[in-house]
Design a binder for this molecule. Structure first.
Ligand SMILES: [Zn+2]
Length: 257
């Protein structure tokens, strides 16, 4: 852990540094507060979003790009998990209001590029970006589900959806002390919809989480290792770091070829 304030992390830096830098790309880590099987912390998604955004920003900063990582939003859409104690739901309409206020600030401070680093499958910013583009046409907003930045099948036998091998490996690397031994974890076995279209994924709806899984996990964490997490996160942050550099240099009036 670096003890000096990193100039690309807003929470750590100061006005002196902010005045000296012309930041071009704001990055907004967005997580969730929810149970992750028995063995991972409630803030798993938020911790991952902060790690991925910060490390990607560091790589971009080293090439003289100017990203600034904003403080993370810790609450996600968890409407299907209201019966799990202390899963904190933030409705999409509330998320839109939060996002809009942040974009208003960026717009008035002439930071016209924003990347939302999303960490939670229940969050979906695509439609919000469309709506905001009418009100703030000068701010280019894009979003990434960080775990989709590289091909996961190279790194994991069975990545899983929620608290499975992928997320457990990532947390074993980022915050090893906050991951319980895997003997304490459930098997993450999940039921599927009975209806064919939903089962095959060409019809979508939300799942009632406690009807789908007993331990709140979806995906088996047993084959997770810190090494898999490290390797995967290295490639993910490299890929996102390169995107930040591209975005930093991009001319918003000339985005297409
Ligand atoms: Zn998660």
């Amino acid at each position: 852990m670096n003890n000096k304030p990193r100039p690309y992390i807003l929470s750590e830096t100061n006005w002196k540094t902010v005045k000296e830098n012309t930041y071009t790309v704001a990055m907004l880590p967005w997580g969730a507060t929810e149970a992750h099987n028995y063995h991972l912390p409630y803030a798993t998604d938020t911790i991952q979003a902060i790690y991925v955004a910060s490390e990607s920003a560091r790589l971009a900063w080293e090439t003289k790009a100017k990203p600034i990582v904003l403080p993370a939003i810790p609450f996600g859409v968890n409407t299907g998990q209201m019966d799990i104690p202390l899963c904190i739901n933030m409705n999409p309409s509330t998320q839109y209001a939060v996002l809009k206020d942040i974009v208003q600030v960026l717009d008035s401070h002439n930071i016209d590029k924003l990347l939302i680093v999303n960490s939670h499958g229940g969050n979906n910013f695509k439609q919000m970006i469309r709506e905001l583009s009418l009100e703030y046409p000068d701010v280019f907003i894009c979003t990434i589900n960080w775990w989709q930045a590289v091909n996961v099948s190279i790194y994991f036998d069975e990545p899983g959806d929620h608290a499975g091998e992928l997320e457990t490996s990532a947390m074993q690397f980022i915050t090893p002390d906050w991951v319980l031994p895997l003997k304490d974890a459930g098997n993450g076995k999940a039921k599927q919809f009975k209806l064919k279209g939903l089962k095959e994924g060409w019809v979508s709806s939300q799942r009632k989480w406690t009807s789908v899984t007993k331990d709140t996990g979806v995906g088996n964490p047993q084959f997770a290792t810190k090494e898999k997490g490290e390797l995967f996160l290295k490639e993910v942050t490299k890929s996102i770091g390169e995107f930040i550099v591209e975005l930093h240099h991009a001319d918003l009036n000339n985005l297409y070829e």
